[in-house]
Design a protein around this ligand. Sequence first.
Ligand SMILES: Nc1nc2c(ncn2[C@@H]2O[C@H](COP(=O)(O)OP(=O)(O)O)[C@@H](O)[C@H]2O)c(=O)[nH]1
Ligand SMILES: [Mg+2]
Length: 332
Amino acid sequence: MKNYVIIPTYSEAENLRELLKLLKKFNVIIVDDYSGDGTKEVCDRFVNVRLMTRKNERGLASAVMDGILSIKDRNAKVVVMDADFQHDPKKLPEFFKKLDEFDFICGYREKSKMSGYRKLMSKTAKMLARILIPETKVIDDPMSGYFGFKLNSVNLSKVEPEGYKIMLDILTNLKPNARIGSVRYEFNRRKFGDSKLGSRVILNFLHQSIRLNHHRLITFMLVGISGVFVNEAVAFILHGHTQLYIVFVLSAETSIITNFILNHVFTFKRRTKFTKSFPRYNLIALTGLVINVLVAVYLSFFIYYLVANLVGILTAFVFNYSLSEVFAWNKD
Ligand SMILES: Nc1nc2c(ncn2[C@@H]2O[C@H](COP(=O)(O)OP(=O)(O)O)[C@@H](O)[C@H]2O)c(=O)[nH]1
Ligand SMILES: [Mg+2]
């Protein structure tokens, strides 16, 4: 079984000159987007390094994917890392050792060394990813670019590389029952040169999270809107037959039930047992209603009541959706 290290590069000759000296024990694949800065000359000096130069394509995720697809040995172990020393090369043996026991290893950054801004970004990304992509709940750092996996534990044909965070695509396409572990590393400063990515990463991460969410967020919203119609229709039908507060309670509960069924079937595709999700969803929906009213009443002292109500509705929506993902339809 061979150990491969894949490094996507764009203008990293200076870093590679130092880094490759430390990687002589591994099969290294450099996927370079035609940097023209001497990358080829540096790579040529090392017999364990294979350089793939892409002339017509740019992009981190697709570069990593091209590197992965070039490996013919299906039993290979692969670690992906950056060229700039932000990913500590000394940790590579630990990655490969853990891949004896696990199928996927996520590197996670030691938080104490991060700046306040990086720490905040990392925490926010983690929370957002956990809600939108439940597969990330077992990893410590969904933004990490330092990760490893066994080639045969991933459904490679399903991976659609986009943007920068290829790790998330690999993670969400692991075969069932894949074992997931982690390696902690210190996040260092770049040794030479400047970052190629910057703030685009954030927008791209949001886009990718929505894509890997497989439209559950939007489906959940549509179901919520359908619930308003059900609620109103039942209230209309029952009106005059019983006391008004009973009409409201029955119409609200009916819409909770229809919302539940639609979400169970269409949004979460029966991800969990009906008997587990139904009571939990009821609890969430009722709590959401209380949140809606409390936020609306509080804000109505300061802003126009319809705007206050809208903010209340949106707050309750975020609450309902997040809790539905991580509690009502939580997979285990
Ligand atoms: N092949 C390829 N590599 C890239 C591209 N953009 C960035 N990289 C490499 O991906 C790694 C991480 O990029 P970097 O600029 O350090 O991102 P940051 O760590 O988020 O600031 C480095 O090794 C870069 O050279 C690209 O468009 N194509
Ligand atoms: Mg970097």
